[in-house]
Ligand binder design. Structure first.
Ligand code: DON
Length: 317
């Protein structure tokens, strides 16, 4: 007789600390794999032998392992939060200026922009994040303070701020982003100056947070928009569902198919080696390990998420 299916969402079935401990040991055997992002010189100086993972539950409980309290540069993980702020401010109007389709192209690609007339494929590629940054800049009186305040309130950590050294390194090496912003502006799809948009974009990418901060900060997407840390309804249940769907199809760029296949969770990566992931209705997750795969996603972070969904059965598939 076939056994009745077990419900993986019933967390009492899992010893989460035991599972994290096993993943931590396995990941540490593979330290050294992956490549640091040398196109942003200050990110290439980070030690590769680091791994942290944190889970944030809707009741505020945290499970964490490894270097989960060591801060790193959140980079493109920030695009989840600027998307949330932009949608709160302008709603569906955002989708007139940026699409919500997977790109199949690298995160810093320019190729689709010309034949799609300056409308980026999605808010997670650099091009789409620049348009989203422009919307945030136009919508809030002090966009930088709004974003930093948002991250502090979501995570409960009042010390979160940007890393000036990383922001400067990005400014000095960001030739593609400069080209992209000018190109988008030539189609009339930026309201603010290229310099202002890039300054805000580098600020968002250079925020320093740790795995516990980021797991807490993404948990609202796992609980119908409700943030356990602050008790605030950040977005509607529908808003959370929509943001998760864009993370699933575009959050890891041209590896989104591979992520769905091996991990099976909405996720957003950054070249600092962080990845946030959401188990809808169950938990927010952050993993961090600085070595990247050839698509710019944390190699060991992805491996850890793969192990986690296979050990728990918590893939959405
Ligand atoms: O603009 C850039 O290239 C970086 N500040 C962010 C890129 C990034 O994190 C892509 N993610 N995997």
């Amino acid at each position: 007789m076939r056994k009745p299916p077990q419900n993986p969402h019933d967390l009492s079935r899992h010893d989460l600390d035991d599972i994290l401990g096993t993943i931590n040991e396995d990941v540490r055997q593979r330290f050294g794999e992956g490549k640091l992002p040398d196109y942003i010189p200050s990110l290439a100086e980070v030690p590769k032998d680091r791994f942290g993972m944190a889970l944030a539950l809707p009741d505020g409980k945290i499970h964490a392992v490894g270097n989960a309290r060591e801060r790193f540069s959140i980079q493109s993980v920030s695009k989840v939060y600027t998307l949330t702020l932009a949608l709160s401010a302008v709603g569906d109007e955002l989708w007139k200026r940026v699409d919500r389709e997977p790109s199949g192209d690298p995160f810093n690609s320019l190729v689709q922009l010309e034949y799609e007339k300056g409308i980026p494929r999605n808010p997670f590629m650099n091009a789409g994040a620049l348009v989203t940054a422009d919307v945030v800049l136009s919508s809030y009186d002090d966009a930088e303070a709004t974003l930093i305040g948002f991250m502090r309130t979501r995570s409960g950590n009042p010390e979160i701020g940007s890393d000036e050294v990383v922001a400067k390194s990005e400014r000095e090496s960001g030739h593609r982003n400069v080209a992209m912003a000018n190109f988008i502006r030539s189609y009339g799809n930026l309201e603010n100056s290229v310099d202002d948009v890039l300054a805000f974009y580098y600020l968002q990418c250079s925020l320093r947070m740790d795995c516990v901060d980021l797991a807490r900060s993404v948990q609202y997407l796992a609980d119908a928009g409700h943030c356990a840390t602050s008790g605030v309804q950040v977005t509607s249940a529908e808003g959370a569902t929509r943001i998760n769907s864009v993370m699933m199809t575009a959050g890891t760029y041209d590896a989104a198919g591979d992520f769905a296949y091996y991990v099976g969770l909405p996720a957003k990566s950054g070249v600092g080696g962080g990845i946030v992931a959401v188990v809808p209705h169950v938990m927010g997750i952050c993993v961090w390990s600085p070595g990247l795969d050839d698509k710019g996603n944390s190699l060991l972070g992805r491996y850890a998420l793969h192990r986690f969904t296979r050990m728990t059965g918590l893939s959405v598939f």
